[in-house]
Ligand binder design. Structure first.
Ligand SMILES: CC(=O)N[C@H]1[C@@H](OP(=O)(O)OP(=O)(O)OC[C@H]2O[C@@H](n3ccc(=O)[nH]c3=O)[C@H](O)[C@@H]2O)O[C@H](CO)[C@@H](O)[C@@H]1O
Ligand SMILES: C=C(OP(=O)(O)O)C(=O)O
Length: 437
């Protein structure tokens, strides 16, 4: 178990370049299975989850070549399908959430796909019904081995396009179904599709490989099946969750930070949601400039004067992956706010650690926490903590960087899942952080 030691209470300053988006990379890497031709992918973040998926692809027989620091080429022309029945696959597939998205491409291209129960954050129930109901709508047979927690779909006679109304706008579910449907005979219509930038990028990539997907960016996708896809080159967008993390870090440590090349058009409600907490965000070209909040930041209220509420919703709503960061920065705001995590039921329990540090938070129930901000009149106090999940981990790290004294964070592998060389990049802007062991 890795550990960070963090000496808090120092201001940071400088520029930070966001890495490529973790959750886009996981979709895009699975999409390399859609063709036997070479695919080049740029801006792949060097993070634990992505590297685990690359290992899985290698073990499946994909030829992987590193072209540069964050660029790779992949060729899936001679896959070892026996690997899908191996013990090693159970380990590799169960190691991250994103592995679930190999099922769609394999089903579409080879008529069968398997996956052990995928890993990822333990943040509440994470069911996979949407994925498999979608595959069944395309004509696949589904089986689930409860004992081994192993999922399988088969369509020996190929997939047939159909209309489907998804029960929920699942992000990885939509990506998975799209990657199967591009090979289905006829037209598939997916209503209530997820439409995050990750999905838009995936569809853009598949179209550049010869797929015929329309409605990209909306919740109604129409896919005309094709027989074969070809190679392409694709560049992953900057990680919007990392961008949000750096906005929170700057505000909470009263630091002046420029976040470079953020691809502003794809940030949706993220900037305005930070502004609801009173944080100043200046757009400079395609950079975000956060001035030092020397006089703190004040939570806004709604037009009718009622108390501010920040909650998640499927895209273009506010992403659930930034609510933990919103919560931590609210602890130093002037005013009170209700944080409502609607999607996941176990993502707010980390507030206990913040309460230990002196934050004023009432955990109303597993989904809702009321935060009464200190307005920097009382600094958080350093403590020892363990990172329960990736976004709670980065939130605790931000809390530690703002706190008085030296904090210790264990289980930092959770942070490494999604943040590339985090201590190196934070040190470059003045953070006092050390990885021990
Ligand atoms: C690898 C990856 O890309 N992971 C992301 C992906 O996970 P993932 O694709 O696993 O998440 P889903 O979109 O399937 O669902 C997330 C949660 O929200 C619930 N739900 C979803 C849609 C809906 O309309 N109503 C609803 O209640 C689901 O039941 C589930 O509890 O999307 C999540 C939601 O943005 C993010 O937190 C994860 O970081
Ligand atoms: C929940 C997340 O990741 P995963 O779905 O991979 O567990 C996340 O990126 O915040």
């Amino acid at each position: 178990m890795g550990t960070f030691k963090i000496e808090g209470g120092h201001r940071l300053s400088g520029e930070i370049q966001p890495q490529g988006a973790k959750n886009e990379a996981l979709q895009i890497l699975c999409a390399v299975l859609c063709t036997d031709e070479k695919v080049q992918i740029n801006n792949i973040p060097d993070i634990l989850d992505v590297n685990k998926l690359i290992t899985l692809l290698r073990n499946l027989g994909v030829k992987v070549e590193k072209l540069g620091k964050n660029s790779y080429s992949f060729q899936s022309d001679d896959l070892n399908m026996d690997y899908l029945e191996s013990e090693q696959f159970k380990v590799d597939g169960g190691g991250l959430r994103g592995s679930i998205m190999i099922v769609g491409p394999l089903l579409g291209r080879f008529g069968k796909g398997f996956i052990p129960r995928p890993g990822g954050d333990k943040i509440g129930r994470r069911r996979l019904d949407t994925h498999f109901e979608g595959f069944m709508k395309l004509g696949a047979d589904f089986r689930y081995n409860k004992e081994d927690r192993f999922y399988g779909v088969e369509a020996p006679n190929g997939l047939k396009g159909s209309y489907m109304l998804l029960e929920e706008a699942s992000v990885t579910g939509t990506a998975n179904i799209v990657m199967a449907a591009v090979f289905a005979e006829g037209t598939t219509t997916i209503y209530n599709a997820a439409c995050e930038p990750y999905l838009q990028q995936l569809c853009k990539m598949l179209n550049s490989m010869g797929a015929k997907i329309s409605g990209v960016g909306s919740n109604l996708l129409s896919i005309e099946g094709v027989e074969k896809l070809g190679g392409c080159e694709h560049t992953i967008l900057p990680d919007m969750i990392e961008i949000g993390s750096w906005i929170g870090l700057a505000a909470m440590t009263k630091s002046e930070i420029t976040i470079k090349n953020v691809n502003w058009e794809m940030l949706g409600l993220i900037p305005v949601t930070f502004e609801k907490l009173g944080i100043t965000i200046k757009r400079k070209g395609d950079d975000i400039f956060i001035p030092a909040h020397n006089n703190g930041y004040e939570v806004q209220s709604f037009i009718d004067g009622s108390i501010m509420n920040i909650s998640d919703a499927p895209w273009p709503g506010f992403t659930p992956d930034l609510l933990s960061i919103m919560l931590v920065i609210a602890t130093q705001a002037k005013g009170s706010v209700l944080i409502h995590q609607k999607m996941f039921e176990s993502r707010l329990f980390f507030v206990d650690k913040l309460i230990d540090m002196g934050a004023k938070i009432i955990l109303c129930d597993p989904h809702r926490a009321t935060v009464i901000g200190h307005n920097f009149e009382s600094q958080l106090k350093a403590t020892t903590m363990t990172s329960p999940d990736i976004r709670a981990g980065i939130s605790l790290l931000i809390a530690a960087l703002s706190a008085k004294g030296t904090s210790t964070i264990h289980n930092i592998e959770q942070i490494d899942r999604g943040y590339e060389n985090i201590e190196g990049r934070l040190k470059a802007i003045g953070a006092k952080i050390e990885r021990i062991e």
